[in-house]
Design a protein around this ligand. Structure first.
Ligand SMILES: [Ca+2]
Length: 163
């Protein structure tokens, strides 16, 4: 009888990757609907949906989200929305110069949860796009996945190895 084998390898690295960073290519988005960031800097796993403007959670776990939004000519009232509810709101008054409004938070997401940014006040959509000067970005990434999800991924991977 040989030695006992090593414990099954954790497949977590392969199974649990999620990160995106996207930028705006238009000024003054419509209020009270998801803002669509159409320039992709990174979209690991394509969990950010470019056509809807929503991040859709595939890997349940704890995520960090952050945004840095340039504004000009108008006030900016922007919020981060989780499944239709504002989680954080940021307001920056236009005082004649360019400004950058930013916000960040950590959320626990279930599979299928959706996260996006939107303007929460009429007319206060001062998000400004300038192709030469500055960028407005929305970024999010997985800090750590739920242990249950990892265990399940591991079981699946091991089953595959055995077959
Ligand atoms: Ca300001």
């Amino acid at each position: 009888m040989g030695q006992e084998g090593a414990p099954g390898g954790c497949n977590c690295n392969r199974a649990a990757r999620s990160a995106f960073s996207v930028a705006m290519t238009k000024s003054y988005p419509k209020e009270r609907m998801p803002i669509r960031f159409s320039r992709i800097l990174l979209n690991e796993g394509n969990h950010y949906n470019v056509s809807s403007g929503k991040f859709v959670c595939i890997i349940p776990g704890v995520y960090y989200f952050t945004y840095d939004i340039t504004l000009a000519n108008k006030h900016l009232a922007i919020g981060l929305v989780h499944n239709g509810k504002y989680k954080i709101k940021t307001f920056d008054a236009n005082t004649g110069n360019h400004d950058v409004a930013s916000g960040s938070t950590v959320l626990h997401l279930q599979q299928g949860d959706q996260v996006w940014l939107q303007i929460f006040y009429s007319g206060q959509n001062g998000l400004f796009f300038d192709p030469f000067w500055t960028d407005s970005t929305f970024t999010g990434f997985l800090i750590y996945p739920d242990q249950d999800f990892l265990n399940e991924a591991d079981t699946k991977a091991n089953a595959k190895d055995d077959s």
